[in-house]
Design a protein around this ligand. Structure first.
Ligand code: SAH
Length: 267
């Protein structure tokens, strides 16, 4: 495949289409991240993180949420408040509208039902929607490339930062990725948690006829980068993806990774 030029944050701001992204990647039948097993994997690992792994506390920041809300469905049971954060205005707006389940936004009902089933507490879809809406207090503009990603705001350090499928989009190279982990770590208390999920070995993905670059990551790199940033890995799992020519042309990762890590020190 030809090399895709780096897609910078301003391109995300200009052309990333929230609704199209949800349809292509999360449609319950044909969504690429549904078909490849990523969504079920992420839901299961998130549920585990916030129950058996004991990740809980007052505040969680969900960085690079994009237009999706699936990642916050279990988190809202373990945290008093969630603060969303993303670079683009359109994604933050779409995320807020999705929390309110406004007409015209992507339908997450099946995913919400699945999370209620996984959690096994007998919660209904409506109860879960309400819980999520009450727990996400706001979403803020952020840029993970800045040493304080929430600049100009200075937030008190939090118990957990979570980022799914964002950092590999935001970084042009591995050194930048290492730096971005430091930037994100600066938001977390010692003893707090970092939850990261990424697709691996991906160079690009298609959206709305445009190819977006993606930084190719490996499990080994992720282990060492996270450890070098002062975290102890609590849980790390990788799931493989089956080869399919058509699907790989849309997005060419060969596996997905999910990590929970505990912050031991500042670096
Ligand atoms: N969390 C979504 C992924 C969204 S796509 C999911 O799980 O499917 C990647 C997201 O990264 C986009 O929302 C984009 O706006 C965001 N992003 C890209 N560069 C960024 C930066 N420098 N800082 C913060 N967010 C960024």
């Amino acid at each position: 495949m030809e090399k895709t030029d780096f897609t910078d944050k301003d391109t995300y701001q200009e052309i990333f289409d929230p609704h199209a992204y949800c349809n292509i990647y999360y449609d319950p039948k044909s969504g690429l991240l549904v078909v490849d097993g990523f969504l079920d994997f992420a839901l299961r690992k998130l549920c585990e993180a916030f129950t058996i792994r004991g990740v809980k506390g007052k505040t969680l920041i969900d960085i690079g949420h994009g237009p999706t809300i699936y990642q916050d469905l279990s988190a809202c049971e373990a945290f008093e408040e969630i603060i969303g954060a993303d670079y683009t205005d359109r994604n933050r707006e779409y995320y807020e509208r999705s929390l309110r389940n406004e007409p015209g936004t992507f339908d997450w009902t099946k995913v919400i039902q699945k999370v209620c089933d996984l959690e096994g507490k007998g919660m209904t879809v409506e109860e879960k929607r309400k819980k999520l809406l009450n727990t996400v207090k706001k979403t803020l503009k952020c840029d993970v490339l800045k040493s304080n990603p929430m600049e100009p705001l200075i937030l008190p350090k939090v118990d957990c930062v979570m980022s799914l499928g964002c950092l590999e989009c935001a970084c042009s190279d591995l050194d930048t990725y290492r730096q971005v982990l430091k930037n994100v770590s600066s938001l977390i208390k010692i003893g707090g948690y970092l939850i990261v999920s990424e697709i691996l070995n991906c160079s690009s993905y298609l959206l709305g006829g445009k190819r977006f670059s993606c930084l190719a990551l490996t499990e080994d790199f992720m282990r060492s980068a996270i450890t070098e940033t002062g975290f102890a890995i609590v849980d790390l799992e990788v799931i493989p993806r089956k080869y399919d020519k058509e699907q790989y042309e849309l997005c060419n990762h060969d596996s997905s990774l999910f990590v929970v890590a505990r912050k031991e020190r500042n670096v």
